[in-house]
Design a protein. Structure first.
Length: 477
């Protein structure tokens, strides 16, 4: 027998063996309710049947096989919440951020249709929470659009810079539960569109009653005005939501015009934060999960100690830890239900949020309020962040109930107090912070609170000149 017939015989035996093995595999799969097909591969992934996945891969199904929509089996496993299948596919080098239909990754698919546990798992496997789909939308915004508040909780810590944008979208679309979750992680009810509309205005304009109620409950001001001087009630009325407009248009009470001191607001902010931490039970034990804030150009300053007689006012008891970072937990800024339009001589023209314009002379009390006009003037003012100066109208008012005074300036919201933040050290002690306060870190460095904004505090290390940003993290941030 020559070599050629032997080779042909061996080849025939190999082919027969392969055929036998394939038939055996097909029979084994059939016994388990599967076929040797790509469709079976996806069904096994959705069922967490790793044994079948292995058998299918062994007999020629590629791990990156796609369905008619363009998704991989990892997308299918993500939607179904099948972690064993996901492990199997990732172990065989299928990329965790492989893109499928609409340019979405498995993480995005899980955000839209899967369980939170799968989102958490994919993030632990280094899935990119900031990757965009074919429409340029990131996972957090997908969660907002789909109204999936439980996904917001998983994604918010990864996309903090966009929390305010997400809140505006949630308000526009009326996603009340999403609004609640976003603000728990640091989105601000004081966020505004370019035209001055707040989340409350957007929800009111679109007739979203539940979202309106949620925003008011968590601190939105129904008397805030947009760039045209309209409040939420005006926008609701213009859009044809008359009943909602009537609910929002209730005239402000006398107490809503009161001038407040920042230190007075600590207990109020603390109560809201504690309630959010404990899942709505203010009496419950806070469940802190926020990581220390790292911000700006360097480390966050250590817990405050007195400097020149000025301290951040504590609102809870406890010893200062030796060295801990600060975290911003809440922001408070109460707008008064009026705005300065102009002054002429000794007469101030004021736009009232309840409608109409009033002219009040120096020495007179603004009707329906405890505020007495004690001084009016025009003066030059620096344009913040723009350079140059502009002339503004200034009205100083005195709260006849408390004796407190405050300047109201045209072109700016009229507020009842300076902006304040509730800050917390890692030991759990809380303080009320406002611009201008000074404190000393454990290393001896001197600090001053430069600015308090709706989504961050700016602190300067006066020893080194370093400027540090402490972002708003929210009660659960």
């Amino acid at each position: 027998m020559n070599g050629k017939p032997i080779a042909l015989l061996l080849a025939a035996c190999v082919l027969a063996g392969c055929k036998d093995r394939q038939e055996s595999a097909q029979q084994e799969l059939k016994d388990r309710g599967y076929e040797l097909t790509p469709e079976a591969f996806f069904r096994a992934a959705e069922s967490d049947d790793v044994a079948v996945l292995g058998k299918l891969v062994e007999h020629g199904i590629a791990v990156d096989t796609r369905n008619a929509a363009g998704d991989t089996a990892l997308h299918a496993a993500a939607v179904a919440g099948m972690r064993k299948s996901a492990d199997f596919l990732l172990d065989r080098k299928l990329p965790v951020d492989v893109t499928g239909a609409e340019g979405r990754t498995p993480l995005m698919s899980a955000v839209v249709s899967g369980p939170p546990e799968m989102v958490r798992y994919l993030l632990s496997q280094k899935a990119d929470p900031l990757k965009k789909d074919a429409e340029g939308i990131k996972p957090l915004m997908l969660a907002v659009r789909e109204g999936r508040a439980e996904m917001v909780a998983e994604l918010a810590p990864y996309d903090r810079e966009k929390l305010d944008d997400a809140l505006l979208v949630a308000a526009l679309e009326g996603k009340a539960a999403v609004i609640d979750e976003l603000t728990n992680y640091g989105a601000s009810v004081y966020a505004r569109m370019d035209d001055g509309r707040t989340p409350l205005m957007l929800a009111a304009e679109n007739g979203h009653v539940e979202a309106v109620e949620m925003l008011i409950e968590i601190g939105a001001n129904r008397f805030s005005m947009d760039d045209e001087g309209r409040i939420a009630a005006d926008l609701a009325r213009e859009a044809g939501h008359e009943q909602l407009a009537m609910r929002l248009a209730e005239a402000p009470g006398r107490d809503e015009f009161g001038i407040e001191e920042p230190a007075d607001l600590g207990a109020e902010m603390l109560a809201k934060v504690t309630e959010a931490e404990s899942g709505g039970d203010a009496a419950g034990e806070p469940a802190r999960s926020g990581e220390p804030a790292a911000g700006g150009a360097g480390a966050v300053p250590a817990a405050p100690a007195p400097l020149d007689g000025m301290v951040l006012e504590p609102v809870s008891e406890g010893d200062l830890p030796a060295k801990q970072p600060l975290v911003m937990r809440a922001y408070r800024q109460k707008e008064l239900p009026l705005r300065v339009e102009s002054v002429e001589g000794e007469v101030a023209t004021l736009r009232m949020s309840s409608g109409g314009v009033k002219q009040v002379a120096q020495g007179e009390t603004i009707p329906g309020t405890p505020l007495k006009v004690v001084r009016v003037e025009r003066r030059m003012r620096d344009l913040k962040d723009q350079g140059g100066q502009t002339e503004v109208s200034v009205v100083e008012v005195e709260d006849e109930d408390s004796g407190r005074r405050r300047e109201l300036v045209s072109g700016l919201e009229s507020t009842a107090h300076d902006p304040v933040a509730l800050v917390e050290d890692a030991g759990g002690k809380r303080y009320v912070a406002r611009a201008g306060q000074k404190f000393r870190g454990a290393d001896g460095s001197e600090y001053v609170v430069v600015d308090v904004r709706p989504n961050q505090m700016v602190i300067e290390n006066r020893t080194s000149g370093e400027v540090i940003t402490v972002p708003l993290r929210g009660p659960r941030g």
